[in-house]
Design a protein around this ligand. Structure first.
Ligand SMILES: [Zn+2]
Length: 333
């Protein structure tokens, strides 16, 4: 029995999956959300191109790379350089962005998941059209229970991660971006909060322990920090403050360890920029990773010896999001 995916599942698939060669999908996603929240149902390519360029002008102020090939820039970055040097007007840059970045590139690619066109695309567009029509699927996102802020922050989190990953390809000797290294190795556990937007979408916006929508979010070590003494990202999840406090530094039941293993495989299959870090710390194959996580779990249990079974009212077998996660993504791993 397959749980049929909701628009937000497709949306998160498009935003979070795939080897992005540039950040274009993040920019388009952010703009599409904004249009749908404003109640628009169609937008001209001229307006879209102008908004797209403006968003990148803001975004590239810090000079973070927007694509992954060393020494190369995206068409949009190139146009922004010309504007900044006074060699091109904003309006003529908009024309180039429209023709070369939007029409034949990101607008054609966005409605795809795992290399296949999704059955309910978020907008209609055929190259040559002068506007895009926002579809019911996209408009339903703005009516859904998901908070506007969480979809937006997931896009921005993924965008940050892509920039970190692209920067890494430019600084060849570093295996992990310095900022990520800092986050991962931080002694102070509070420093982990910048990881929240990067993890949230991968949990479908749900608490790892009770499955309910997240608020008052804590970054939690599934195998407790006091037993494991590291901040490796494979062991970090998001939970409600109250669930985190209930669990405290007890060892969670094996159910949660299996869920953690699945979550990590999900990261790896989505080309999450922390993929290499998880593989480096836990192993090259899914069976190696599973054994390594079980090993650390057993060691921690011998050390702590105190179990936490989770909220008794929560049955993961009836958790729609969790079932979705397993049935839809796991077969592709
Ligand atoms: Zn919870």
């Amino acid at each position: 029995m397959m749980h049929s995916p909701e628009p937000e599942n497709y949306w998160r698939g498009v935003i979070l999956f795939g080897r992005n060669s540039s950040t274009y999908k993040m920019a388009l996603g952010k703009l599409l959300l904004g249009y749908s929240y404003s109640g628009l149902d169609r937008i001209s390519l001229d307006d879209l191109a102008s908004d797209f360029l403006s968003l990148y002008i803001e975004r590239t102020e810090n000079n973070h790379p927007q694509q992954g090939v060393m020494g190369r820039k995206t068409i949009v970055e190139h146009q922004i350089d010309l504007i900044r040097h006074g060699d091109r007007s904003f309006d003529s840059a908009v024309e180039v962005v429209k023709a070369q970045a939007l029409s034949n590139m990101v607008l054609v690619k966005f409605n795809n998941l795992f290399g296949t066109k999704i059955s309910k695309p978020f907008y209609s567009f055929t190259p040559g059209d002068s506007e895009i029509t926002l579809n019911a699927n996209l408009l339903r996102l703005s009516d859904s229970k998901i908070e506007k802020n969480s979809l937006e922050s997931e896009i921005l989190g993924r965008w940050d991660l892509l920039e970190h990953a692209y920067e890494r390809t430019r600084i060849a000797p570093l295996s992990v971006d310095e900022r990520m290294e800092y986050l991962i190795n931080a002694e102070d556990r509070k420093v982990l909060t910048p990881l929240i937007p990067m993890i949230e979408g991968y949990q479908q916006g749900r608490c790892f322990y009770c499955g309910r929508p997240l608020y008052d979010i804590h970054v939690d070590h599934v195998i407790p920090f006091s037993a494991i003494h590291h901040n490796d990202v494979w062991n970090l999840v998001l939970a409600h403050a109250e669930c985190n406090e209930q669990k405290s530094d007890s060892i969670p039941s094996k159910l949660f360890i299996d869920r953690l293993i699945l979550r990590n495989e999900y990261y790896i299959s989505s080309s999450h920029p922390l993929k290499d870090e998880i593989i480096r710390k836990t192993g090259n194959s899914s069976s190696m990773r599973k054994n390594e996580i079980y090993r650390q779990y057993r060691d921690a249990y011998q050390y702590k010896g105190r179990f936490w079974r989770g909220d008794p009212s929560y049955n993961p077998e009836e958790d729609k999001e969790f079932i979705y996660w397993i049935e839809y993504y796991a077969p592709k791993i």
